[in-house]
Design a protein around this ligand. Structure first.
Ligand code: UDX
Length: 463
């Protein structure tokens, strides 16, 4: 009887809504955070778009371990405002349609599920409109570095100074450097040009950046997948108190992992069979696309490098290149290299056989490489990746840039040469290991990221 009484008295688990921007590099870290929140006693309502929800379910069915839902995480979904064949890689277009397509459903869910707190991706900050109407409290989450966040707040000033215009086009090329302890980039490498596919959609994006920057103050904190030991200067520039809780890690649970493609785990026994510190791991995240010429140079470069390699070629990675090309390449390199469609990336980076990471420098990949002490060969493509490259090469000294020739092509000889140089550089390896130690200390009990996670948990438990 006493047991029944104490069970009846136990308070309900606090419920939090988690709202990622609908792209793999956003769903993944917010799913990782959701698992941390479940560990701390929360129930999570995780919101996807209908389109991505269907992909995650399909990936879960295709993979043997990725059962898509459960374990305290309730997956719900809403339309994204695009037609069935809409181009969902046009970020400007997506941003335009999302608020009208989602706000009504979000408000209804918040009311019906009695949700007090929303953890919303910075790119979904239109949800701040619900603060006065639905009485929710919002914590923003940045899937990018704190430095990118600081840079986006700087957009109105860059327009005022005539460096860019309202469509994001560069008027005067200048190197932007907000603080000596932060990375620098040329105005031509600013994140936004590449994301909108037309000047109209870039204008929408810049307008939404400016509008959101003003609305940010309605949020109660900004949570970043970073750690104070590498980004204290950038964190200090944010407009409201920031919490640095990274590097986040893949959940131990195989429930609700949020992958858009099924992980191919055959690479793990393959890695087991390679010598320690020998494998070149090559992966460009979820959005980068290569044309036939670049693909061929990379393929030839990996062969020329003369090391075992593991290369992720997503189903939509190679533009205009058929399965036949890939099959022929697989036959050509059998025994030397493995080509797969989607890797369990964090387990790959943690594997002792991996020597270096040829990466597009997406922030998640950057944090994962840092966490596992892996040196980078940086091959940025768009968005925040040039700034991340500057962190890796200029501030941390844990990687090398790869350079294009006068035609803009990264040649096979360049790839061979840079892989050899990177793997022969003991100082880069030592710095990567020391950064790994700092990252691990930050997430361990009592470390800076652990302390900030506890602060976040306490905040989300407030009424
Ligand atoms: C996008 C932007 O490109 C990136 O710059 C931004 O920081 C976040 O949004 P994406 O290009 O997909 O992300 O790159 P990244 O940030 O590296 O995220 C990719 C995620 O997919 C990582 O968590 C990585 O572990 C995972 N991944 C990648 C896999 O699980 N398997 C793979 O084979 C490749």
């Amino acid at each position: 009887l006493r047991l029944a009484a104490s069970m009846a008295a136990s308070p309900p688990r606090p419920r939090v809504m988690v709202l990622p921007f609908p792209a793999q590099g956003h769903v993944m870290p917010l799913m990782e955070l959701s698992h941390r929140l479940v560990d701390h006693g929360f129930e999570v309502v995780f919101v996807n778009t209908d389109f991505n929800h269907a992909r995650i379910l399909a990936a879960g069915e295709a993979g043997e371990t990725a059962i898509p839902a459960g374990g305290g995480i309730d997956l719900v979904s809403f339309p994204d405002g695009m037609g069935p064949d809409g181009d969902r890689t046009d970020i400007g277009k997506l941003l335009e349609g999302l608020p009208a397509a989602m706000l009504g459903g979000l408000e209804e869910t918040i009311r019906s599920k009695k949700i007090r707190w929303v953890v919303a991706d910075v790119s979904m900050s239109f949800v701040l409109e619900l603060v006065p109407t639905a009485g929710v409290r919002v914590a923003l989450f940045s899937t990018f570095s704190a430095a990118i966040f600081a840079l986006r707040l700087h957009v109105p000033k860059m327009i005022e100074d005539g460096i860019i215009d309202e469509t994001g086009s560069v008027k005067r090329n200048e190197r932007i450097h907000l603080n000596p302890k932060m990375p620098a980039i040329d105005a031509t490498e600013l994140p936004w040009f590449s994301l909108g596919k037309s000047s109209e959609s870039r204008r929408t994006m810049i307008q939404s950046l400016i509008k959101n920057s003003k609305a940010f103050r309605l949020a109660e904190t900004i949570v970043c997948n970073t750690f104070r030991e590498i980004e204290s200067a950038a964190l200090a520039l944010l407009p409201i108190p920031a919490l640095a809780i990274g590097p986040l890690e893949a959940p131990k649970s195989t429930l609700a992992t949020g992958h858009f493609w099924a992980e191919d785990e055959t690479c793990l026994p393959w890695l087991d069979a390679q010598a320690p510190g020998s494998v070149v791991y090559v992966a460009f995240g979820s959005l980068t696309v290569f044309d036939a010429e670049r693909l061929q140079e990379l393929a030839d470069g990996l062969v020329l490098a003369g090391r075992p390699f593991l290369w992720v070629v997503r189903p939509n990675f190679a533009d205009g290149v058929g399965e036949g090309w890939l099959d022929a390449f697989r036959r050509r390199v059998a025994g030397e290299g493995l080509v797969i469609g989607w890797a369990p990336q964090q387990r790959v980076l943690a594997h002792p056989s991996v020597a270096c990471f040829v990466s597009h420098c997406g922030w998640n990949s950057t944090m994962e490489g840092v966490r596992h002490g892996v040196p980078f060969l940086c091959w940025p493509y768009f968005a925040d990746q040039f700034l991340n490259q500057s962190y890796i090469c200029d501030l941390w000294g844990t990687g090398l840039r790869i350079s294009a020739d006068e035609r803009g092509i990264i040649t096979k000889e360049e790839i061979r040469g840079k892989v050899a140089r990177l793997l022969g550089d003991e100082e880069i390896k030592a710095r990567a290991l020391s950064l790994k130690r700092a990252a691990c200390a930050s997430v361990a009990d009592g470390g800076s990221s652990h302390q900030d996670l506890v602060k976040l948990v306490n905040l989300l438990k407030e009424d």
